[in-house]
Design a protein around this ligand. Sequence first.
Ligand SMILES: Nc1ncnc2c1ncn2[C@@H]1O[C@H](COP(=O)(O)OP(=O)(O)OP(=O)(O)O)[C@@H](O)[C@H]1O
Ligand SMILES: [Mg+2]
Length: 262
Amino acid sequence: MNPHRKIGDVILKAENISLSFGGVKALTNISLDVREHEICAIIGPNGAGKSSMLNVINGVYHPQEGRVSYKGHVRDSMHAHEAARHGIARTFQNIALFKGMSVLDNIMTGRNLKMHTNFLQQALYWGATQREEIRHRRKVEEIIDFLQIENIRKTPVGRLPYGLQKRVELGRALAAEPTLLLLDEPMAGMNVEEKQDMCRFILDVNDEFGTTIVLIEHDMGVVMDISDRVIVLDYGKKIGDGSPEEVRANPDVIAAYLGTSH
Ligand SMILES: Nc1ncnc2c1ncn2[C@@H]1O[C@H](COP(=O)(O)OP(=O)(O)OP(=O)(O)O)[C@@H](O)[C@H]1O
Ligand SMILES: [Mg+2]
């Protein structure tokens, strides 16, 4: 077994998170742990608060109550750029890419935070800047190889089919070399074959780089297949947390799903 697959200590801890928008309670008293190297799925019906939870974790939303600690550092409010600097990367429910830019350039944008030299340094230390640029290019090329998208590296993202755009977005997130990767419905709108490919890449990222992954997904087959643990939200409350088998047998979870699908 690959040593990366050994699930480690708690890396992310959310405690008693409550978040509301005006009168809408998006999250009510949610606590959850994510352990290093694990693949943790967040599931739940539409509007359950799944995306809001990811937005709290990466500092886009600031909850009215509760706190988040990441790698042992507690923070009441962390901004999105700080989260990124601490190794949290994210993909979005609605693809967030520059449609007119090539695949390569889009993935390169994921390296922005890794680029240390500023404009003045670039002017003064041309050699160092060039070495840095080469290093970044190499990393991006590695990701392109890993995701098997060499043939489309120069293609503007807007011209690609949806499934490949999702893969490029994963590439942009990976370019930041994250410790914790948050994926908001990485397989939504995909056909069966595209979903299988995406599952494979998620498992490979976890396995080869040891990346901890939190993903939101509606496809139960996928969730049960790839997750170490599943957290279930319903109307902003946590109603289940356990192994896929435990969650599948949880009466509250069954009721929530039957309740919304009928
Ligand atoms: N920025 C916002 N402003 C106002 N209300 C919001 C905002 N973001 C989320 N909400 C509300 O919070 C609740 C939870 O939304 P959220 O997007 O987190 O759900 P979700 O579980 O991701 O749903 P879906 O499966 O449809 O993506 C919903 O009632 C939603 O309308
Ligand atoms: Mg959502």
